[in-house]
Design a protein around this ligand. Structure first.
Ligand SMILES: [Ca+2]
Length: 942
């Protein structure tokens, strides 16, 4: 069936029977009899193997053997024992949510003996390929100095090869076999022979699952240009591999078929990995789609930004938000409950060196788990040596135990290990979207190669569907198709949520899953075009990309019986346009749909038609009918904008969005979508009120990528107007605004007050907490905010001027809180000079209370001896009453430190807080103040 779709097949017929006369060699055949692995001893005592598809040699005279510190098994070894067995297994790929599939194989174990030492060669023959590995069965330390295994291809073979790099972020180039010299290439490596009749993918399987004693390997060509590619350890391995025995090497796997479809559809690498631990619970593993701000924004990731991403993920029904490298604990701990309320899990980025020992894993993973983190994106391995392989295995195991999903980034290639550790949802090991700037002309060629190479061996953190940089490289329909072509059980859609929010492709992205029940190769040729169909439940998704303009030819015979609705997303008459259409089809039909140059196609096929519904909040386009153009304006094409248009205005001109309806009077969130390659500003007027200046940072790398600015305005019921005007020439262009009633948890700044609310702060237990406010107050006057808790308690927090040289100030206060979620609002009055950056809260670890002396006569003082188990900074809280503004002198262990400023309290008790540095052991603290001030008590609270 598949062969029918593969054009080359029909051109050729071949009947070859020449090998029947050869003497019988020891061999193993696949269950269907098509694939043969044959052992052969050379006259010089070396053992080789041949690999046949039917009667056609795919690999010939390919060397075998290990060299250990005791024996060189590559020659002179004698064949001793052998045993055979059948393998029949059923397993799932992608976790509990996917359908199981069954595989069968024949297995043959051959013992080679030399100098009384034994090396076993284990071979498995499956219907879609063969694999072999070595076992050193002895116990004790086993040392391998090198491996002789190789793959000798016929002289007519063509390879698709990528230069080795430890991060595997390389492009594949087609190469005639005679052009291959002693360069190093990464696996998987793709070949075709006999004028594209037969196809082979060489890779390895169960690498970091093989007991940790072996590195990942690469392929090295031969100087003699004789078609031989030998396995080699990576440079960083420093030569040898060792482990406590028995030592099992990774499987050396060759996927073989009479068309590229066998390669693309193969699950061979999974079959070669150990099964799940018996009774392992995998029901908690949730594959999914993730929003991720890093690729498109690459700025300090603020909590509010992440909340915006979570909001979008929730609207899309996507499962995760991944917070990249710049997170802080308080942000994650604030984001998690917010995201959980929207059924979105939080994944945090972490550097692999922070997890490279068992101790670190034992300490950090339970802590992150206790915050409620769903999983980890572990980055920057970039090393294929044994120690790194052990690290992968340790991380996978500990994360599995802790119930954490994993994304290995900057990683080695997958080799099916996620069968054993289904919590590994993705690995990178691909030249992904982050390379698009460099890869401009090559992008579509690369995309059309990946499904035949890297995509075969496991889920791939490519981070696809990037519109912001697609233009000029690929069409937008091409980008959409990648959501089907590229499999990742944690699919990061890398572009900005504002770009996706109004894109027609979002309807498809909402439906497309991250795991699949079935894959069908429809048509393709590496580097030129490829069409795949994937099934999830009863729904089929088709993705197709092509470098040249062509017509995709898609027989729908994979469909079940009955009528389906095909919703087709195809190239429009501009690269950034997608035409959407739908039609009723059955399995008897064939869809023939044109693709543009570097174009693409995505099709949703279901008996329940794809919903093409709208989004939350009301949208007003700058180019829309209800927007009134003011002064000199120009409407231009903008590929990343909604409606594909934006409005540019000369100084004094602008856009008045009129007839903005609000269901009730109150605070509203206005999201301004704008385009600007430089920092800029616009004037904003609400209902013809005073002009406020809105500062706008550059909107991003691509000129046509809209940025967003969230603004909070008071709207009256019914019709309102919001006007944006250019204050300068070259002002940011306006795409649209979205208006919705304000939720809490974000800053609003109006002429009268600044209000910043922190929603859903989580406190694990009842107790005293220190809350640190980070703020900017670059002027000369102090500001104060009213801190207002959800229980109604409120007090002022002083934010002293930090001056221009120290831009971020800290102010600390304490609070008694009950366990659970709380809300804190910080409210600054009119002319508030400061801005609140963020807050951090932490439980108070120790508390010492000291009663003071009476201050009725003359001076007041407080004194205490404070034990401290470790040197460090603590918070001192002084409770006092004072008739006047005063200062309290503080001495710590005899040395005077900066005094505490006390404000007049008018009879009420008040508190002053500052940090003190304590030494280990007993500390002596003394506070004193002049007449009119009562020092009631002091506490050390952290
Ligand atoms: Ca627009």
């Amino acid at each position: 069936m598949l062969a029918l779709f593969y054009g080359f097949m029909m051109l050729l017929s071949a009947v070859m029977t020449a090998f029947e006369e050869k003497p019988v060699q020891p061999e193993i055949r696949s269950p269907n009899g098509q694939i043969v692995f044959r052992l052969e001893e050379q006259p010089d005592g070396k053992w080789c193997y041949d690999l046949y598809y039917g009667d056609i040699p795919v690999l010939t005279n390919s060397p075998l053997g290990l060299v250990t510190d005791k024996v060189d098994f590559s020659s002179g070894a004698k064949l001793a024992e052998e045993s055979r067995r059948r393998v029949q297994e059923t397993y799932r790929i992608g976790g509990a949510q996917t359908e199981p599939h069954s595989v069968r194989a024949n297995e043959w174990t051959v013992d080679f003996v030399k100098n009384n030492e034994v090396m076993q060669l284990q071979i498995r023959a499956y219907d879609d390929g063969i694999a072999f590995r070595y076992v050193l069965p002895g116990t004790g330390r086993q040392v391998v100095l090198g491996e002789e295994s190789g793959f000798r291809l016929p002289s007519d073979a063509i390879g698709w090869l990528a230069d080795y790099a430890p991060h595997y972020e390389a492009t594949y180039e087609p190469l005639a076999i005679r052009e291959i010299n002693e360069d190093s290439y990464l696996m998987p490596a793709l070949f075709s022979t006999e004028d594209h009749r037969f196809w082979a993918l060489i890779t390895e399987a169960s690498v970091f699952n093989s007991g940790g004693g072996y590195p990942a390997s690469q392929l090295v060509g031969s100087q003699r240009r004789d078609g031989l590619l030998k396995l080699a350890f990576p440079e960083e391995q420093k030569g040898r591999a060792d482990a406590s025995g028995p030592l099992r090497t990774p499987w050396r796997a060759v996927i073989v078929g009479d068309g590229p479809g066998t390669i693309v559809e193969s699950n061979l690498v999974y079959s070669l990995n150990p099964p799940l631990a018996p009774k392992a619970d995998i029901s908690w593993i949730r594959p999914g789609r993730a929003v991720w701000s890093y690729w498109s924004e690459d700025v300090d990731e603020k909590l509010e930004d992440q909340m915006r991403y979570v909001d979008f993920a929730s609207r899309m029904g996507w499962e995760y938000v991944t917070v990249d490298s710049k997170w802080e604990q308080w942000e994650i701990q604030s984001l998690i409950p917010y995201a959980a309320g929207k059924n979105v899990g939080v994944i945090i980025w972490v550097h692999s060196r922070d997890l490279d020992t068992q101790d670190k894993l034992d300490r950090l993973l339970p802590e992150w788990k206790s915050w409620g983190v769903a999983g980890l994106k572990v980055d920057f391995f970039e090393n294929d040596n044994t120690e790194t392989m052990r690290s992968y295995e340790r991380i996978a195991r500990k994360a599995f135990e802790q119930g954490l999903i994993l994304d290995f980034h900057g990683s080695t290639k997958p080799a099916g290990e996620n069968r054993t550790w289904p919590n590994i949802l993705a690995l990178e090991a691909v030249r992904g979207a982050e390379w698009q700037i460099e890869g401009k002309p090559q992008v579509a060629t690369h995309e059309a190669t990946v499904p035949f190479t890297r995509g075969v061996v496991g889920p791939m953190d490519y981070t696809p569907v990037t519109l912001s940089q697609a233009e000029g490289m690929t069409t937008f329909a091409n980008q959409l198709a990648l959501s089907v072509l590229f499999e990742s059980h944690l699919q990061h859609f890398a572009d900005n949520v504002n770009v996706y929010a109004h894109w027609i492709g979002r309807h498809f992205l909402k439906a497309v899953p991250a795991v699949w029940d079935e894959l069908r190769f429809v048509e393709g040729y590496p580097g030129e075009y490829v069409t795949l169909a994937r099934r999830s439940g009863e729904t089929w998704f088709v993705g197709s990309v092509s470098t040249d303009a062509r017509e995709a030819d898609i027989p729908l015979s994979f469909l079940g019986p009955g009528r389906y609705t095909a919703t087709i997303f195809q190239d429009g008459n501009e690269a950034w346009k997608i035409d959407v259409s739908s039609r009723t089809v059955t399995r008897e039909d064939t869809l023939r749909i044109p693709l543009g140059e570097n174009g693409g196609l995505a099709i949703h096929l279901s008996q329940t038609p794809l919903q093409l519904e709208g989004e939350e909040g009301d949208t007003y386009e700058a180019e829309g009918a209800t927007a009134i153009k003011l002064g000199q304006t120009t409407e231009t094409v903008c590929t990343g904008c909604s409606g594909y248009r934006k409005v540019e205005a000369a100084a004094g001109g602008g856009v008045r969005f009129s007839r903005i309806s609000a269901p009730a009077q109150g605070m509203h969130r206005v999201v301004l979508h704008y385009v600007s390659d430089e920092p800029g500003r616009l004037g904003m007027r609400v209902n013809q009120g005073p002009v406020q200046i809105v500062e706008l940072p550059p909107s991003g790398i691509g000129l046509d990528k809209p940025g967003v600015r969230e603004l909070f305005v008071e709207l009256s019921q019914n019709a309102n107007s919001i006007e944006f005007t250019a204050l300068d020439n070259e002002a940011p262009a306006i795409d649209r605004i979205q208006v919705s009633p304000s939720r809490t948890g974000v800053e609003k700044r109006t002429a009268l007050e600044t209000r910043r609310a922190f929603d859903r702060m989580r406190f694990d237990r009842d107790g005293t907490y220190a809350v640190t406010v980070y703020y900017k107050n670059p002027g000369l006057t102090a500001g104060a905010v009213r801190a207002s808790w959800d229980d109604g308690s409120a007090f002022d927090v002083l934010l002293p001027a930090t001056g221009p040289l120290e831009p971020v100030g800290k102010s600390v206060f304490t609070a008694e809180l009950t366990a659970g979620l709380h809300r804190l609002e910080l409210i600054g009055g009119a002319n508030f000079p400061a801005s609140i950056e963020r807050i951090v809260w932490a439980p108070v670890s120790a508390k010492y209370e000291m009663k003071g002396t009476d201050s009725s006569a003359g001076e007041a003082s407080l004194e205490a001896s404070v034990p401290s188990t470790a040197a460090g900074v603590r918070l001192l809280r002084l409770v006092y009453r004072s008739a006047v503004d005063a200062e309290a002198a503080l001495s710590v262990n005899g040395s005077l430190s900066e005094p505490l400023r006390l404000s007049a309290t008018q009879g009420e008790a008040a508190e002053a807080i500052r940090s003190v540095e304590l030494a280990e052991g007993t500390n002596r603290l003394r506070l004193s103040a002049g007449a009119g001030t009562e020092l009631l008590r002091m506490e050390l609270v952290q």
